[in-house]
Design a protein around this ligand. Sequence first.
Ligand code: AMP
Ligand code: MG
Length: 431
Amino acid sequence: MQNSYTTLPEKFYTKQRPSPVRSPKLVIFNQSLADFLDVPFDLEVFAGNAIPQGAEPIAQAYAGHQFGHFTMLGDGRALLLGEQKGFDIQLKGSGRTKYSRDGDGRAALGPMLREYIISEAMHALGVPTTRSLAVVTTGETVRRERTLPGAVLTRVASSHIRVGTFEFAAQFGTTEDVRALADYTIARHFSGIADRENKYLLLLQEVVKRQALLIAKWQLVGFIHGVMNTDNTAISGETIDYGPCAFMDIYDPATVFSSIDTHGRYAYENQPKAAAWNLARFAETLLPFIDVEVAQKAIAEFWVLYHEYWLAGMRAKLGMLEEQPGDEARIHEFLASMQQSQADYTNTFRALTLSENRPQAKALMQRHNPAIIPRNHLVEEALHAAEHDDYRVMSELLNALRNPYAYTVQQEKYAQLPVPTACRYRTFCGT
Ligand code: AMP
Ligand code: MG
């Protein structure tokens, strides 16, 4: 394990060892991801009680716009152990850091398992995302509204560089700090442009493109992130920070799950807008190197790319094999009728796939319409059992989510909708 992040100026991070925990116990381990990364199983490492060889744990400094307001942040309860095969290995819930503010630096079991389940499901759905390697309980409790079992999640990401990392550099550092971060980012994620003259513009364009693809994929599977703040926007284009996120059941563009999103800033239909806004914050940090108008054009390109990816995805979902001039209007009509009849988003496309009789269209639809998503009630059920030491429900769910486009018999029971209740589903930040 190495840590290339420490080649950046010192203001970008603080060296910090994890705080040991009393009695770690394994809850779940991602063997196939561990094999891919060549990371050995080590409970003490996943608990923060031991440091792997070559690791140099750091808390990263970053800032961010939270619901539109700029603030200094940083890893308040996470530590980057180092990189393995180019991927960040990070502990979440590993104790206080310089950036913890009033937080305890810890995490509760439920939210960490939630991140594990949903991030792994997103990966299987083909949506770029951070991954989850392990969850261990700490043998300690954390105090939230209730007292809860404590846990540590080991998270894997292409990197943890965020729009907020650039904002931190621009606000609290010098132009040379921003340049150092941009060069590091290019070397790590976009090495092909490293020797190009206009590499900072190309960086912006690449990040715009990845965000456009990411958000299109979210919209197409009905995923709502919930806290699209700039500190939760990864430069790599991966979904990051699974807090109050959830998948939509009934199709309604205004859907909001997060209890803290009182104005619906990050509602389903607002996600593309939020991403474009976040990209503008990113572009601003690069203005020492890019002409303003050129940067504005690069941001505007988000909408072109997003629309292209979204339209192509919707056409595939509906089995439109050949492009027709009226496709887009028909898609919007279809969505409007789904909304009006309060149809379930995933199951409607699943039913269309199952009833399709043109083999080529059916195959295309099957590849784009998941038969299973991590529905809120299923995730809650799995978490509830896990909190009572029964991990079977979760492991069965994880198995079914591993290949969401398989349309297996085992997946059928997961297509059942939640029993309607009077209260709307609400999610809370993973603190
Ligand atoms: P999030 O909403 O999870 O993206 O977190 C926003 C900020 O709060 C990040 O800087 C986190 O590191 C920090 N944070 C969240 N929970 C805690 C906690 N329990 N202790 C310390 N910092 C935290
Ligand atoms: Mg965050």
